[in-house]
Design a protein around this ligand. Sequence first.
Ligand code: SF4
Length: 371
Amino acid sequence: MACQSLYLHIPFCVQKCPYCDFYSLPAQEDLMDRYVEKLLAALERLPFPMEPLETIYFGGGTPSALGAKRLNRILEAIHRHISWKPQAEITVECNPVLAMEEELRQLREGGANRISMGMQSVSDQQLRVLGRRHTARMTEEGVEAAQRAGFQRISLDLMLATPGQTLEDIHRAVDTCARLGVGHVSAYLLKIEPGTPFAQNHMETQCPDEDGQADFYLEAVEALAAAGFQQYEISNFQRWGQIAQHNWRYWDCQEYLGLGPAAHSFIQGQRRFFPRDLEGFLKASNPWNLLREDGLGGSLEEYVMLRLRLSEGVRWDQLAQRYPQYDPTPLRRRAGELPSQLIVADQQGIRLTTQGFLVSNTVIGTLLEAF
Ligand code: SF4
């Protein structure tokens, strides 16, 4: 089946956060105009067959830095050259600083129907430590503006185990998510990435150690469950059936096309990526020529690895459908040998427990020895 998911990387941010290693540059008007023109030209000459889309995701960077007019031009081009299904999920990542009601209303009219907002914390002091420009109040106003603009599907990001954070902060953040009426939360442990200002300043010394991180994670899982948010992936929680469909496809090892510097794709059985180079992308006569191959995708090992990020894990019936030649007996046996507080193996399949999620790399590594 041809690809039904599109990711667009918007490599601009109003200001760089000191912990972030995503590819993004300062949001300058002329650069953003040139970038949009390049994306429109690329959408006109897609090198892969696409089906009407089920999911579209504007990630970054800060897609909302482009503004609704530019984003809607991109959406128009997507509609013209690929089109999307009536029930398609169209997500735009949005910084609370840029969540203006009129902008959001225009975006909604352009077809976007899901907002993912970087709340990160509800403590202004914490937000300052994280180098964020927004306040807790701004997140609340942004969510309310999105709701008034007609967005019924809103996700909030929450960072865990940040410098100086307390367990009480987690509870306040979860209470805020519940009170604001959002249907999705992504709760991530802060990872200090090499080369970032946080790494240079040894901020890890101010963060909880491994045991402390586990406490923050487990506290968040528990608080979110108590507030009605069901965990469906290591870091993702939903209520009212608001699973992130686009990301679900990544974890289900389905194909998607990514466009823009630093964007990754899995298409026609190949993993591919664009280099992290905006200037090169803008200068290219045909940016698709920049796509680099990154190995074959969709192997059995990769499928198992990705699916185990999901709470529902690997299901035997789906595994048999996708890899009919594979005899799952060794995998089932290996899973049965691991501690039951980390992994469940039953008639339905295998799946990690919350404790298992905390050590997922080790557990998955051990399981993969079965292949
Ligand atoms: S706004 Fe998001 S993408 Fe941009 S620098 Fe901050 S964390 Fe990174």
